[in-house]
Write a protein that binds this ligand. Structure first.
Ligand SMILES: CC(C)(COP(=O)(O)OP(=O)(O)OC[C@H]1O[C@@H](n2cnc3c(N)ncnc32)[C@H](O)[C@@H]1OP(=O)(O)O)[C@@H](O)C(=O)NCCC(=O)NCCS
Length: 214
């Protein structure tokens, strides 16, 4: 689905529809040095190149994709995506910032900007996401914003993935989230949800329907 014309502003960020030439900036993001990062985005199925993904996104009615731009230098530093969209009901959130832009409050600021748009303007009732149990920073941000864990599931880690870093001290405590099944290593993921009512309660807003015309 083509992202709707949107321009949201917070003190440091703009969220707007993504454009094809944003991909070049995203390709230039520095890679993550943390070996855990490779495991945060294990796809459920095969992954596609960003270019192909962009074309599919633009024509897929169940997906929306937004750029997060830094106001100071107009750099695209992150993206927010919605997939599995059921209009006025629910969608699944994806959020990703370049390695140089994480842990500076941008993710929390972007979601605080995006959620009112998602619930009040687009009129959804709930927002789903799934996150690797080892992605403690992301989980902290989601919980801070009111997301609650509803379930958990395991995903198989590609066999070529080197997990020897789990023997090292900074990572040892994360081994509880891994298991071996049928000769393959698997990683636990959390299913999380933010209900519109829960989000409004946090903001101290009265619950109201946002469906156009209701
Ligand atoms: C997940 C992501 C969007 C979060 O955005 P961010 O800008 O890095 O996060 P913020 O700086 O806003 O907030 C980080 C919070 O996590 C906390 N945190 C950092 N590392 C932590 C850890 N190991 N354990 C627990 N909390 C941690 C910080 O203290 C901060 O908390 P606070 O706001 O209460 O002080 C971003 O890190 C990212 O894009 N990561 C790479 C891709 C990814 O993981 N996407 C999510 C897939 S589900």
């Amino acid at each position: 689905m083509r992202s709707p014309a949107v321009h949201l502003e917070s003190p440091r960020l703009v969220i707007r529809e993504i454009q094809r030439n944003d991909l070049q900036q995203m390709e230039a993001w520095q890679p993550f040095s943390d070996p855990l990062h490779r495991l945060w985005n294990i796809p459920r199925r095969t992954s596609l190149s960003r270019e192909i993904w962009f074309v599919l996104h633009s024509s897929d009615p169940t997906r929306l994709w937004f750029a997060v731009q830094r106001r100071a230098d107009k750099r695209v530093i992150g993206t927010i995506s919605l997939r599995e969209i059921v209009m006025y009901e629910s969608a699944r959130l994806g959020i990703s910032f370049g390695a140089d832009y994480v842990a500076q409050g941008y993710g929390s600021e972007a979601l605080r900007l995006f959620l009112p748009y998602y619930f009040d303007e687009l009129g959804f009732q709930r927002l789903f996401l799934d996150v690797a149990a080892t992605n403690r920073r992301a989980i902290h941000v989601y919980e801070k914003l009111g997301f609650q864990q509803t379930d958990r599931h395991y995903r198989s880690i590609p066999d070529q993935e080197d997990l020897s870093f789990l023997k090292e001290e900074p990572y040892r405590h994360l081994r509880v989230y891994f298991r071996q099944r049928f000769g393959h290593m698997q990683l636990q993921f959390y299913d999380m949800i933010l209900e519109r009512r829960e989000w409004q309660k946090q903001l101290g807003q009265p619950a109201r329907s946002s469906r156009p015309g209701l």
